[in-house]
Design a protein. Structure first.
Ligand code: ZN
Length: 150
């Protein structure tokens, strides 16, 4: 188990130090801003939606390791997905990080996102891990109001 934790730690640090898709999208069809006042994480998510498909996802912002790594891994997971697929991944990720302690995490089909299964033990970090995801959903739904975790 501690080996698994080390591996998870490594993935999170890698994505924190070298976030993927950390940029603006020229000609983004939509974007949204998110803020987690508890930790100070700020994120802007940019989307290029073509028809029913999320053709491109990118983000910019400043945050802790968990929030940055989560945003980075999220862009990799959602790029190229249909709205329905993206929504389904959102729900599974949300269940993974907010599920009750002691129940097995349904992470088998989440790929690298499974690294966040340990976050549920730290309620304050759940908001760091989900900030980019709520911001993604707001952008997808073209909600103007900034997302706040509080
Ligand atoms: Zn944070």
């Amino acid at each position: 188990m501690s080996e698994l934790r080390d591996l998870y730690q490594e993935v999170i640090l890698d994505h924190y130090r070298k976030p993927r898709n950390f940029r603006e999208i020229d000609g983004a069809t939509q974007k949204a801003n998110g803020f987690n006042p508890l930790c100070g994480d700020r994120v802007t998510v940019f989307l290029l939606v073509e028809g029913d498909r999320v053709a491109d996802v990118a983000f910019k912002g400043i945050g802790c390791a968990i929030s940055t790594a989560s945003a980075s891994l999220m862009t990799e997971a959602l790029k190229g997905k249909t709205r329905a697929e993206a929504e389904a991944i959102f729900e599974r990720f949300h269940d993974l990080v907010t599920g009750p302690l002691g129940t097995p995490a349904e992470s088998a089909d989440l790929g690298k996102l499974a690294v966040f299964s340990g976050v549920r033990e730290f309620p304050a970090r759940v908001k760091c891990a989900t900030l980019a995801w709520h911001t993604f959903r707001a952008a997808l739904e073209k909600k103007e109001a900034p997302v706040s975790t509080e």
